[in-house]
Design a protein around this ligand. Sequence first.
Ligand code: ZN
Ligand code: ZN
Length: 258
Amino acid sequence: MSDLQINTKLPLRRNRPGSKAKDWCHWPEETSENMDSLYHIQQYIQQSIRRDSSDIDFILKAPDQQDEGVWKYEHLRQFCLELNDLTVLLQKECLPETCSQMTATEQWIFLCAAHKNPKECPAIDYTRHTLDGAASLLNSNKYFPSRISIKETSIAKLGSVCRRIYRIFSHAYYHHRPIYDEFEGRTHLCRRFTVFALRYGLIPKDNLIVPIHGVNQDITTIMHQQTSPIKAHSNQSLKNGDSPPSPTVAATQAESDA
Ligand SMILES: [Zn+2]
Ligand SMILES: [Zn+2]
């Protein structure tokens, strides 16, 4: 008998080749204490999302004794995974010809931090480059060698990933509204992300410019921000690219964590 022991009482949580959509992930729910895999936090989060993607409070409620750093990290991984689905929808109409810059409310142009010198990538390239950058950071052996405990210095990197990937939501909302609405209606992803970012202070409230009913600013505030005077400083870079003091160009720096 080898050292490998398999608990035959547990259902196998596998999607075998040829599984029908109705059988996809069709296994009984488990409590987080009963989950035994190395990736049980991811498994638990995904189970909560499948249970009811609109129940944000339930999805974001950490199990007792859950390490907060790991909880934030695993949720961020999940946001990146699901944002790839939004990207697939966006690439049908978000073309370099029509969206030549990454913008949201026309006030800020976001420079893509995936390059040695940050540059103005078309929105769809910005989206792909940013998700690729986030994936390589979150999978980096240097910063995140373990999914069981995470160093404080690595947790500090999660904020900049959040700020960058949030621009995908804001671009979709302000430029591809039908796609955003269809996706959001089905997944509630932007709502979940907004509540998550506010709860853990990962993005300043003023930067959360996609209105989410009952969560952030109401529509009137957003509209007011959109119509405030625009000052164009087209080549100005802002430190850390986050909170431009006046409407202007926001540039993400090529930080070491980019
Ligand atoms: Zn676009
Ligand atoms: Zn780029």
